[in-house]
Structures are given as C-alpha cells and as structure tokens.
Ligand binder design. Sequence first.
Ligand code: SAM
Length: 234
Amino acid sequence: MGTQTRCIDGEPPAVPDYLTETYWWAYIDPRAVYIFERQWLVNLILWGNFGRLRDAALARLDCGNDLRTLQVACVYGDLTARLLGRLADGVQLDVLDVLPVQLANLARKLPADSGVGLIHGNSADMPFEPGHYDQALLFFLLHEQPETVRRATLAETLRVVKPGGRIVMVDYHRPDRSNPVYWPMVGVLRTLEPYALDLWKTEIAAWLPAGACLKSLTKETLFGGLYQLITIEV
Ligand SMILES: C[S@@+](CC[C@H](N)C(=O)[O-])C[C@H]1O[C@@H](n2cnc3c(N)ncnc32)[C@H](O)[C@@H]1O
C-alpha cells in the first residue's frame, strides 16, 4: 500500500481560525515547512529535548501485533518515522491533520510503501468510528488549541480509542520557578503561542469530558517541569 492522503467523510475540513491567525508562520505558509522541517531546529525549540520527549512517548505506546495506532497531528522531525519503526510489521498507523501541506510534508518523510494512512481531518471532529483505534499519540498539539478545541480534541480522542486502549500525550507544563528557562518561556509563549500558558495553569485532566471513564491517568514531568507526559489507560 502506498502513502496517500485521504479524506474519509468526503467534505474536507476547513482550516481552523486559530491556525490561520496564530500559526500561519509555523504550519500553513509553504515556506514554514521549508524552514521548520529540520530536526536540529525543532530540537533547539525544545531546549535539546526533542529526542528525549519523542522516545519517552514512543516507549509508552504498545508495539504489538494487530494494533491500530493514531497519531493526532503531524510533527516536524522524525517522530512518525520512529513510531512506524517501532510498530510490528503490518500494524496500522494513521496520522490525522487538518492541513494538506503538513500531510504532504509527512508523506515525503516516509517510505513510499510505508502504508501509513494520512487522514485529512480535524482533531476536534474526527472522521472515525468510536473505538476504531487501540492507541493514540498527541505530541505538542493541545497547547496550540483554544480551550474549546482542546476539549473537543480530548473528547474525540477518547471516543476513537477503544476501551482497554491507551492515549499518550506530550506537551508543555508549568516548570519549577527555579528552572532557568521559566521566564524566557513565559516571554516566548506569551508572544508566539497564546494558548500554551493554559497548560501551565490547568491540568490536562480538567479538560477531559465530564464523566470520562478512565482506568488510569499518569503524569510525568521532564526538564524541570517544562514538559509533561500523560499516559491514559482507557
Ligand atoms: C502537533 S502540532 C505541533 C508539533 C510541534 N510543534 C512540531 O514540531 O511540529 C502541529 C500540527 O498540528 C496540526 N493541527 C493543529 N490543529 C489541528 C486540528 N484541529 N486538527 C488536526 N490537526 C491540527 C497542524 O496542522 C500541524 O501540522
């Protein structure tokens, strides 16, 4: 099977306003892909922690047979290629993103015969049946979304992952005050990423749907608390 983008429900999703208004320079403008698709740059933006965060997230996913895995949103760098490399042969991996330019960029990074499903869709309204996936990965997506979209993304992720499945999320978190990057990050996030400081003030668990049925939720923090790794057993 080749790697091709598809739109499951027919109607392509609209580009969300927050992407057009806030993140055009990072994801929408084709020059953004040219500039940011460099792993050393992504690593620099994460204070040298890209590989550590990527590997920590991948280690928490199951890589056995007969699994369906969903990556919610594309990521610059080799996250998806590494994820694919960890999964057993023939296991289904789909990546959903609302921007065709990002899906096309991911297609270029994967082998032509990878079989990865590239799905053009919105994380807040996913075109999948309930319980379609065994596990899902969200890597630095939630901090880019306004609260209503973030809540919908979490609700949709819980809907499409089956009972007994797992959700792994990596994102920003309020660091310790003693962390030397505390104030620089306040400046960077206030200037460039207006929704990100929500994750400093509120636990991700607070945005899960009321009455969500979880077996467990584990939070780990890294790099003096600046990053969090959440593992949910559904
Ligand atoms: C995962 S986030 C941030 C990743 C990280 N900063 C990096 O290095 O790439 C970026 C991706 O999220 C996608 N995205 C944002 N909002 C989305 C939504 N509502 N539905 C699907 N994809 C979305 C963007 O199109 C972009 O490809």
